[in-house]
Design a protein around this ligand. Structure first.
Ligand SMILES: CC(=O)SCCNC(=O)CCNC(=O)[C@H](O)C(C)(C)COP(=O)(O)OP(=O)(O)OC[C@H]1O[C@@H](n2cnc3c(N)ncnc32)[C@H](O)[C@@H]1OP(=O)(O)O
Length: 153
């Protein structure tokens, strides 16, 4: 299976929304994705993973000064455990290093063990908790953090 990483565009949004709705209890709307990729938000950076013409995953991030904040990542349920999320995050990290970014951060639900395992495998550490961060069920978020070094991580 050959996976390519590309920048997200409007034509991807229907496939992305299907993945989003099958992945999250409180999915983003089409309008939210449209706003993120419209170019109006100068911090926003959105990628898709493709298998031929099919969107099989995506990642969103905001580049803010010396940090990059992962806002959203999901992989199509039929394509999980094949290294697609790892590939998306490693692509982001390579780009971040080229831009002089020194750390990557994100929030993840305390109950989301698969995603936490992914992040820990990629070198993220827990650095704190945001209480009741998720509005749909008042769940806490773990704050995870990865320091980027110039050498290969
Ligand atoms: C900032 C945020 O967006 S937090 C929310 C994250 N997104 C979600 O929870 C959406 C629903 N979940 C998903 O879309 C996917 O399960 C993701 C994004 C968490 C992982 O995507 P995948 O492409 O399946 O991960 P990938 O194959 O790259 O996994 C790499 C490693 O992470 C760990 N991992 C990934 N998924 C799991 C799992 N379900 N159970 C245990 N470990 C897992 C494993 O160590 C895995 O390596 P291995 O397969 O060699 O054991």
């Amino acid at each position: 299976m050959i996976i390519t990483i590309d920048y997200m565009n409007r034509n991807d949004l229907d496939q992305i929304l299907a993945i989003e709705r099958s992945s999250f209890s409180n999915p983003w709307s089409k309008q939210t994705f449209e706003a993120e990729i419209s170019g109006e938000n100068k911090f926003a950076y959105y990628l898709v993973a493709r298998c031929k013409d099919e969107v099989v995953g995506y990642l969103g991030a905001w580049f803010i000064l010396s940090e990059v904040h992962i806002t959203n990542i999901a992989v199509k349920p039929s394509h999980r455990r094949r290294g697609i999320a790892k590939k998306l995050i490693n692509f982001l990290i390579t780009q971040a290093k080229e831009r002089g970014v020194t750390a990557v951060t994100l929030e993840v639900r305390v109950s989301n063990y698969p995603a936490q395992k992914l992040y820990r495998k990629l070198g993220f550490k827990e650095v704190g908790v945001r209480p009741k961060y998720y509005q749909d069920n008042n769940e806490d978020a773990l704050i995870m953090w990865k320091v980027l070094t110039k050498k290969k991580d």
